[in-house]
Design a protein around this ligand. Structure first.
Ligand code: HMG
Ligand code: MG
Length: 284
């Protein structure tokens, strides 16, 4: 397994910044993206085409997607909750879309104002539009171990949503420890059910790092064959609708950890340090 390539999905510009209270200038968001690209990150979740009434920080999604520096091989994805968001994201030049639902009914209601089943229905036209335009679609499953409202989530609830996203046609499913509370044993129990449904090359792991346990969970996922991990510059992040959710796994920590294990990430750590310093200074 050592020597394998790992795809790091940099979610700082989206998950990282969405939780910042003061509105960050569009030019600063674009500079952060440019620094991340210069550091060698190839998959960047650039913004979210969600309602600005729900997440004010993402108000400039069109300008961010349109203005992000274009380099060969760099893939910009956009988070979208519905067809409206998908149409706008594609028009703005997104290379990939990410839909998002939850293994917890209560979190789905709080975050996207609908049930899990309704969210899946909303994704049908998103998938149709994206695939017609030749774009891949990721499906996120939030609260894959714990929900801020319902507590521990059972692996069978995650498995059911993963199967539904697969049946809808999602190319990749990202399981998310939204709160960063999953222990390695519980993450393993959950991931074993997911790996039984989908090949590991269609699975991504999105670990928030509230209690410093994200890297241990990365190791669990690596052992199960997962090779795609999300991280955010300087560990920015959190979901405004998930009380208790803190930052994502820091990109620099992930890159260093993977490199110590002998994996290839294609990221230049010195250039990444500059990007992380810049990200740090964006924090309010
Ligand atoms: P709603 O209020 O039920 O929707 O929100 P609506 O259809 O009644 O529309 C309300 C207003 O939003 C309307 O505008 C729509 O046009 C507009 P108005 O007529 O009032 O002026 N609208 C939109 N605007 C821009 N883009 C759109 C869009 N859709 C409707 N796509 C909705 C439902 C889903 C829109 C809302 O709940 C929403 O935007 N939620 C997003 C919440 C969010 O972004 N949360 C953070 C991201 S998820 C996350 O962080 C977790 C993750 O990282 C994984 C993990 O860690 O767990 C992915
Ligand atoms: Mg997240």
């Amino acid at each position: 397994m050592s020597g394998d390539e790992i795809s790091i999905v940099e979610v700082g510009p989206r998950d990282g910044l969405q939780n910042e209270k003061s509105i960050i200038a569009t030019a600063d968001k674009l500079r952060l993206i440019e620094l991340l690209v210069e550091a060698g990150l190839r998959f960047i979740e650039a913004t979210a085409f969600v309602s600005p009434k729900w997440v004010p920080q993402m108000f400039d999604h069109d300008a961010v997607m349109q203005g992000a520096v274009r380099r060969p091989g760099v893939v910009y994805s956009a988070l979208v909750p519905n067809e409206y968001g998908a149409r706008n994201a594609i028009a703005a030049g997104a290379h990939e879309l990410a839909v998002f639902t939850s293994a917890s009914e209560t979190f789905a209601r709080k975050n996207i104002n609908c049930s899990v089943a309704e969210s899946l229905d909303r994704f049908r036209p998103v998938l149709a539009l994206a695939h017609k335009a030749g774009l891949r679609v990721r499906g996120y499953v939030s609260c894959a171990t714990d929900c801020p409202f319902e507590g521990e989530i059972q692996p069978n609830a995650v498995e059911a949503v993963v199967s539904s996203l697969d049946k809808l046609g999602c190319d990749e499913v990202a399981v998310a420890d939204t709160l960063g509370r999953g222990s390695p044993a519980r993450v393993q129990a959950m991931l074993e059910r997911v790996v039984a449904k989908l090949p590991p090359d269609r699975i991504a792991c999105h670990f928030h790092d509230t209690f410093g346990g994200a890297l241990a969970n990365v190791d669990v996922a690596l052992a199960l064959g997962v090779r795609t991990f999300d991280a955010a510059a300087d560990g920015l992040g959190g979901c405004p609708y998930a009380p208790g959710a803190a930052g994502n796994l820091r990109t620099g920590s992930l890159v260093q950890h993977l490199s110590q294990l002998g994996f290839q990430t294609g990221v230049d750590i010195a250039a990444l340090n500059s990007a992380e310093k810049f990200a740090h200074n964006l924090k309010s």
